[in-house]
Design a protein around this ligand. Sequence first.
Ligand SMILES: [Zn+2]
Ligand SMILES: [Zn+2]
Length: 264
Amino acid sequence: MNVEHGKLVCVRITVLGCTGSVVGPDSPASGYLVHAPDTPPLVIDFGPGVLGALQRYADPNDVHILLSHLHADHFLDLPGLFVWRRYHPSPAKKRGVMYGPANTWARLGAASSPEGGEIDDFSDIFEIRHWADKQSVQIGSLTVESRLVCHPTESYGMRITDPSGATLVYSGDTGYCDALIELARGADIFLCEASWTHSPDRPPKLHLSGTEAGMAAAAAGVSELLLTHIPPWTSREDVISEAKAEFDGPVHAVTCGETINVTR
Ligand SMILES: [Zn+2]
Ligand SMILES: [Zn+2]
């Protein structure tokens, strides 16, 4: 536990990857490492490139996994983690826990199998637990609430609260919806996707624009907005400008390797 600027820091997020939809030139796809006292290191989403970045900050044998959903950019480095945990000279001593949507075992097992129609049963290395809407689970000292958000596949946002009440909310991938606002209500840090600018020809119920991320932050009354999941083909500057036009509080777009303290 650390004290910075007179505030107790219990929860710390390190950005392992933040490029939207694909790997970018400067960052893996989605992945966020959460450190908290008396809690195993948690990795939220595990997109392509995240396993490499993770090795700088934590032992891959120790982490538990929280998956927002099963689009490739949020989970497809996990077969590499299975190899690590099975074949590293110092293999994992115990199973990790993995939270995800209902079909996590089948989808991920298929991705990890070399044979068509077969599944690599990875239950030897991870115990799989399924999210449910408005469910609260305790992981170490943290309370994690999952909330179904608006995306074409079963997708969850997460609200993570430490014993002091400091709260991090992660949007996952989502269109603009009431569930997102309710989940983010009063959060200290709102880590929110913003995948494109606010052009009229965007498909509905898929992703947020910078404008919508800013609107969500304002509607939810969060303390700070961190933009993420910006694809390589979208202007970061435009997305940030859109969000700032809607939200009065601090706004920035996260970068790979950045560490953020979650304080009240
Ligand atoms: Zn995505
Ligand atoms: Zn997605």
